[in-house]
Write a protein that binds this ligand. Structure first.
Ligand SMILES: Cc1cc2nc3c(=O)[nH]c(=O)nc-3n(C[C@H](O)[C@H](O)[C@H](O)COP(=O)(O)OP(=O)(O)OC[C@H]3O[C@@H](n4cnc5c(N)ncnc54)[C@H](O)[C@@H]3O)c2cc1C
Length: 376
C-alpha cells in the first residue's frame, strides 16, 4: 500500500464500484470510508437489470477474461454474502430465450449458440429452438416469431440489494459510510490529503474515486483525464396479468428480465442525454411497444415502476481500474458500462489488491488508467 497503513482509504461513490472495493479492502483488513451523496446504490447500481452475462457484450472479447473472473467471484459471493449480511439479493443461474422475427435475425441466434456451446467455462450451453419449441417453453411469446435459441448459464440478481449487501458486509468489518457530497480535494506533494465536503474535510491515506459517470468531476481536481461519460438507460417494470417469467427473453427490439417477485422488467434504452435522468414518455411508449411485440399479452400490463439511470462508459468500453497517473495515493475504479454489476466484484477485488499490494492478478493491462494519458 503506497500510503500510511494506519489511515483509511476514502472512497467517493457508493455504487457497485465503491462498495465492492470497500468489501474486498475489508477482506484484506483495510478500513475504508465511503462518501456517498445520495445513498448506497442510489444511482445505476440500484436501477439496473441485474443480468450477468459474461460471454457477450461491448468490449468483448477483450473483456471476456475479466468478465469470467468476475462471474466466478459472483458465484462465491452468492454463498457467502446473504448469510453474512441477511440480505438476500437472489443470485441465481438464469436461462434466456432469444427469439427471431425475421430471417435477418437468425445469424445472431447462431452466434449465441456458438458462443454458449463454445464457452471455456463449464455451465454454459445453448440449443436451437424451432418456433413451436420456443412457444412451448413460453406460450405468451408472439406467434410471429420464426425461431429461437435457448441459452443457459448466465446469472441474475437484484443489483440494488447486491450493492447494499457488499456495503453492509464491509461495514461489519470496519468500513463506514458518510452521507456527503465530495466537492473538492486538499492536495500536497503529489498526494491527496483529504476530501472536502460541505461539512468539513475527511482525511485519507488513499483515495479511490468510484463516482460512476460523475468521475469527470475529479479531472479538474487532479488535472488528469478520466474519460467516462454517461449513457442513459430507462427501464419499465411491468406487472403481467398472470405469472412472471421463467426465462429472460429478447427479440423484436425488447429485452425482458424475469424477477423473483413476478414483475417483468423491460428495456432498456441507450440514450446520449448527458446527465439528464428524467423519465420520458417517448421511452415509455417505445419500451411498451417493443415488449408487446415480443409478448402481446403485455400490451396493457400495469406499469409498476419506470426508472432512468446513467451507465459509466469509457471510449474503449473497458473499465478504468488502477492508480491515477501522477498521483501517489489516488486510485480509480469506474467505467463498468452496461456490465458494471457483472464486473463489479472483479473491479472491486482488483482495485483492493492494487491499493493493498500495488498489483493484482485481475484488472491489469486493458483497464490501466494510464492508457488515457495524453489522450486529451
Ligand atoms: C438501465 C440500466 C440497465 C443495466 N443493466 C445491467 C445489467 O443487466 N448487468 C450489469 O452488469 N450492469 C447493468 N447496468 C450497468 C450498471 O448498473 C453500471 O455499470 C454500474 O451500476 C455502475 O456502477 P458505479 O458504482 O460505477 O456507478 P454508480 O452506480 O453511478 O455509483 C456512483 C455513485 O457515486 C456517487 N457520487 C458521484 N459523485 C459524487 C460526489 N462528488 N460525492 C459523493 N458521491 C458521489 C453517486 O451518487 C452514485 O451513487 C445497467 C445500467 C442501467 C442504467
Amino acid at each position: 500500500m503506497t500510503t500510511n497503513q494506519a489511515a483509511d482509504v476514502v472512497i467517493i461513490g457508493g455504487g457497485i464500484a465503491g462498495c465492492a472495493a470497500a468489501y474486498y479492502l475489508a477482506q484484506q483488513g483495510i478500513a475504508s470510508t465511503i462518501i456517498e451523496r445520495d445513498g448506497i446504490a442510489a444511482a445505476s447500481s440500484g436501477y439496473n437489470a441485474g443480468g450477468l452475462n459474461p460471454l457477450e457484450g461491448h468490449g468483448w472479447p477483450e473483456l471476456l477474461p475479466l468478465a469470467l473472473q468476475s462471474f466466478r467471484l459472483h458465484r462465491q459471493l452468492w454463498d457467502a454474502l446473504p448469510a453474512e449480511t441477511g440480505i438476500d439479493y437472489h443470485g441465481r443461474i438464469s436461462s434466456i430465450i432469444k427469439a427471431a422475427f425475421t430471417e435477418d435475425e437468425l445469424p445472431e441466434l447462431r452466434e449465441t449458440l456458438a458462443t454458449f456451446n463454445g464457452a471455456s467455462e463449464p455451465g454454459f450451453s445453448a440449443a436451437w429452438l424451432e418456433r413451436e419449441d420456443a412457444l412451448a417453453l413460453e406460450p405468451r411469446l408472439s406467434p410471429d416469431i420464426i425461431a429461437g435459441a435457448r441459452a443457459v448459464g448466465n446469472g441474475a440478481l437484484d443489483g440494488m440489494e447486491f450493492t447494499r449487501a457488499l456495503a453492509a458486509a464491509a461495514q461489519k468489518r470496519g468500513a463506514t459510510v458518510v452521507s456527503a457530497s465530495a466537492v473538492g480535494l486538499r492536495l500536497g506533494n503529489g498526494r491527496v490529503e483529504s476530501v472536502v465536503t460541505p461539512d468539513g474535510e475527511i482525511p485519507c491515506g488513499a483515495l479511490l474515486i468510484a463516482a460512476g459517470p460523475w468521475c469527470r468531476t475529479a479531472e479538474q481536481w487532479l488535472d488528469i483525464a478520466i474519460p467516462v461519460d454517461p449513457l442513459k438507460g430507462q427501464i419499465i417494470r411491468l406487472q403481467p396479468d398472470g405469472p412472471g417469467l421463467d426465462y429472460e427473453l429478447t427479440g423484436g427490439g425488447s429485452s425482458m428480465y424475469a424477477k423473483t417477485d413476478g414483475l417483468i422488467w423491460c428495456g432498456s434504452t441507450e440514450e446520449d442525454a448527458g446527465f439528464d435522468r428524467s423519465l420520458t414518455d417517448a421511452a415509455r411508449r417505445h419500451i411498451m411497444a417493443m415488449a408487446a411485440r415480443l409478448m402481446p399479452s403485455l400490451a396493457n400490463a400495469a406499469v409498476a415502476l419506470h426508472t432512468a439511470c446513467l451507465r459509466p462508459v469509457t471510449p474503449d468500453w473497458l473499465p478504468i481500474v488502477g492508480p491515477a497517473p501522477g498521483w501517489d495515493n489516488v486510485y480509480l475504479s469506474t467505467g463498468g458500462q452496461k456490465k458494471g454489476i457483472l464486473l463489479g466484484p472483479a473491479m472491486g477485488k482488483g482495485i483492493a489488491d492494487i491499493i493493498a499490494t500495488g498489483d493484482t492478478g485481475i484488472c491489469r493491462d486493458g483497464c490501466d488508467p494510464s492508457r488515457f494519458v495524453g489522450a486529451g
